[in-house]
Design a binder for this molecule. Structure first.
Ligand code: ADP
Ligand code: GN1
Ligand code: MG
Length: 370
């Protein structure tokens, strides 16, 4: 029996284990698919080794996910496809949300969502509209989650000024002697520094509300239906916690507006697609069913710029610290990602006015019922 099969035997799964393989392109957890023979049906399950360096309290993490997925499932209960619309945690045989193996590693399992795909690069404005709508509806559906407040699985996750503080500290320590080669990137970080606190300031002064948000709305964290392209299921729920609606719009734009991959090194390929942006803005505002405040709508474009910048700063910080957070495939990977993100920031800054105008146009059209 393989080590993996032994782990999987601790979950409440009926049938015979056939095999497993690594799956997906996530930067944080280790994800696998496992195939079972269940009374003659071939069934697939997701297994994940939770990254406990990043998520330090797996009990609180799984409690959040369990509350969120149960709440969503109730909302979909009259649709007869609730287990495709919300993640379903497969419990352990002891009724827990995760299993701790003999090495102290934490494992969980989800039902595999069939006939849907996660995209790393968005292909059409229709997909942008549907992905954005799914993330906005996800937030909207969680707006009446009963108390208590969700645990903050990573405190200050999108607190950009604190991310800047971490960057400054990493630069000061320069643990891997890498600072010498990144002067252009340091200059870019400093150029935008004065804007870093805008969203946290808007929140602190009560002009935008705290909501329950996903906080990791990277394009490949929503599954689009194979046939309809509908955003069938929002996944990767580890960072669902109190946050700002703007973070989720910002991160979706960051990860979908460019036709190039997040680690593309030919920066001439990193550019913005206005039709994708417009479609995503429409899907996001519409998915919120009229409940986004004007101040939130007015800051959608800025949020896309800020979250892309914040990600660049995070990649660069990890590069300076010796690549301890994001999975990398080669030593310069985080630096390449940071350069890519900063190029994308510059592209958005160069067209900021046009993007703002698109948001206003979409908002106006939706208000007029178009
Ligand atoms: P990470 O935190 O590492 O990004 P994710 O939870 O996003 O991990 O999972 C990584 C990938 O695995 C996803 O992008 C998706 O392709 C796939 N995946 C995760 N959960 C499911 C699921 N329940 N059904 C189908 N695919 C899934
Ligand atoms: C990570 O887990 P994944 O790959 O969906 C990261 C996000 C970053 C993203 C950049 C918990 O997302 O914050 O924006 O990489 N998730 C966490 O690709 O840090
Ligand atoms: Mg993911």
């Amino acid at each position: 029996m393989t080590k993996f099969q032994k782990i999987s035997e601790n979950f409440l799964i009926f049938g015979d284990y056939l095999h497993s393989e690594p799956f997906g392109n996530g930067h944080i957890n280790d994800t696998f698919i496992s195939i079972y023979n269940q009374a003659g049906h071939r069934l697939t399950y997701i297994f994940q080794r939770i990254n406990t360096k990043v998520f330090k309290n797996p009990d609180e993490l799984m409690e959040n996910i369990s509350r969120v997925t149960n709440h969503l499932r109730k909302k979909y209960s009259n649709r007869r496809d609730s287990s495709r619309r919300a993640l379903t945690i497969v419990p352990t045989k002891n009724g827990k949300g995760y299993f701790k193996d003999s090495e102290g590693k934490c494992w969980r399992s989800y039902l595999f969502i069939e006939r849907a795909l996660c995209y790393d690069i968005l292909e059409t404005p229709e997909q942008a509209y549907k992905a954005a709508k799914a993330f906005a509806e996800f937030q909207h559906q969680l707006s009446d989650l009963p108390e208590p407040r969700l645990h903050e699985t990573i405190p200050n996750f999108h607190n950009t000024p604190m991310r800047m503080g971490a960057f400054d500290e990493a630069l000061r320590k320069d643990a891997r002697h890498r600072a010498g080669g990144i002067q252009d990137e340091i200059n870019f970080v400093n150029k935008l520094r004065p804007q870093a606190s805008r969203l946290v300031d808007l929140e602190a002064t009560g002009r935008i509300p705290e909501r329950i948000t996903h906080n990791d709305t990277k394009l490949n964290n929503v599954m689009l239906d194979d046939i309809t392209n509908d955003g069938i299921c929002v996944i990767d729920l580890d960072t669902v916690m109190p946050g700002l609606s703007l973070y989720d719009f910002g991160d979706l734009i960051r990860s979908s507006i460019s036709p190039a991959a997040e680690d593309e090194t030919d920066l001439s390929k990193v550019c913005i697609r206005k039709d994708i942006f417009e479609a995503a803005a429409k899907g996001f505002i519409e998915g919120y069913a009229g409940e986004l405040l004007e101040t939130e709508i007015d800051n959608l474009t800025f949020a896309a710029i800020l979250i892309t910048y914040e990600n660049g700063v995070r990649f660069l910080t990890d590069y300076l610290q010796g690549d301890t957070y994001f999975k990398i495939r080669y030593p310069q990977h985080n630096l390449d990602r940071a350069r890519n993100q900063f190029k994308l920031v510059q592209e958005m800054l160069d067209h900021q006015q046009e993007l703002e105008d698109l948001v206003r146009k979409v908002h106006r059209e939706l208000k007029n019922g178009k």
